[in-house]
Design a protein around this ligand. Sequence first.
Ligand code: AGP
Length: 620
Amino acid sequence: MCGILGYIGDRQATTVLLDGLRRLEYRGYDSSGMVVCAGGSFDLRRSVGKLSNLETLLQKKPLKGHVGLGHTRWATHGVPSEANAHPHADASGDIVVVHNGIIENYLSLKKALINKGFNFRSETDTEVAAHLVSSYWKALAKKNPKTKRDNFIKAVQLALKEIKGTYALGILCSSVPDLVIGARRDCPLIVGLGKGENFLASDVPAILSYTKEVIFLEEGDLVLLEKNRVVCLDENGKEIKRPTTQILWDPVQAEKAGYKHFMHKEIHEQPRAVEDTLMGRLHAKSGEIDLSETQISAQEARKISQIRFIGCGTSWHAGLVGSYLIEKYTGIPCVVDIASEFRYRDPLLKPNTLVVAISQSGETADTLAAVRLAKMKGAKTLTIANVVGSSLTREAHGTLLTHCGPEIGVASTKAFTGQLIVIYLLTLYLARLRKSVPRDQLMLLGQQLAHVSQWITETLKCEKVIVPIAKSYFRHGHFLFLGRNLNYPIALEGALKLKEISYIFAEGYPAGEMKHGPIALIDESMPLLAIVTQSQVYDKMLSNIEEARSRGADVIALATKGDNVIRDKAAHVIYVPNVPEDLSPLINVIPLQILAYHVAVLRGCDVDQPRNLAKSVTVE
Ligand code: AGP
């Protein structure tokens, strides 16, 4: 989704803004722009396509000044074009805005503003915000021409009262050049606190190389940024102290660190992401788990009548794996919902239901709405998220963070393994509180979990086997992924990874379901990736592979080291370490991520920013 950056200080604003926007590229965008305020007037530049186009434009027509706003736009209203790119200014050049979100009542606001004589120059919903603030600014200036700063703040507050929908906004007024105003409702916005300079941004990586002191704004907040001062106002306009968070991420962590793509780097960061997520929660030697941060008491755990996992895309797949584990180890019935379905089907939530929302970004609009609905229906809610201070972590009653560091590639990899780790921890913790698994077995499961990072490190070595396989198949137009039981969601995840970054049509299926329809698709042109690692359904998987093979399918098998039987049944075999069956999803997903990555690279695709996709889906 759109990325916002604001700067006020002594540096050249364009340098900071370009640098920050580059670090927000992962959010997905189709145009960009920036405005700089100097000498009591604005100058802005906008361009379609990649940020390099804006950079070239700025080289030809530089902007100079120390206060400014930058923006990367992911089109929602109006095609990607120079006119629709942000910033948007009012006709007189008094007010300029950048915006992330959707102004739902923009049509009625636009009509009213046109009637008042305002001319619109874009198709965007955002432009109404510029004119609306401007209309109040002008009215207030007539009454009190001397109180410019107060008039500007008041004009923004009055305009926001009229705006319905979601927004993160950055606003400047040419007559008040020493003030940047930010505002948020249902879209992320943070403040970076510097020395003699301050920043406004959609996300932490944008400002990490300048400061690690961050304020996560709350819903309805307005923030006033000056060079040496930051003031937060709540939705009633009352000055309020928001806590400062010290971000521990290393700025280098948010860079590519020698890899060609963020996705590749993030795949290889998984052992570390797993260790960091387990840290302080699992005692490796004893296998003891402490997840008291959930604030679920033993009494509450015993009362839980149902668990509902909610998420979208990859996060939904993590929930699917979770449902097998929860039912097996805790005895609690578990249902998994796609958030965008859950929110519109008036779900039945029994008393004492625990709703667990899963989201890398913590900002996914559908998941957020689903959690709000669950709360309204009286459920206790828990968020599993990777981004500290994100909307979902604030909306739910409790939060379990995955400590994976920033995930920049649009295709989720390390966040998925982090989510699975938290789900395993939650499962074993609930099992302990409910006494549904004997203690010695629980300890053993905990000890096995402590080994996962090593097993992933070992699995990553299979990359050298996967590269030639990718070379054999990257020209294919379709792909099938089969798995069963716990590895059915991994087949879904493998297919999603491949389709989103390589644009190859891919389908994930529970292998037992093949003969109920999809087997009709099988012929020699259909590559079939079968997850056939050691498990209770190993023999079943072998039979499913035979059925497909006898119809001409070209099988790539993902198997356990030492399995020689599979060699005769598959064209290619990718071996992974022998791990306990219930932990196999954490291992089996790795080769599928690597395969998707290399296929996409061979096809010349934009791996980190695939077409039409955004990292953080903050609109419905
Ligand atoms: C993952 O590779 C996808 N890009 C996408 O499905 C993603 O998982 C989904 O949009 C949910 O995002 P979230 O985890 O940030 O909520």
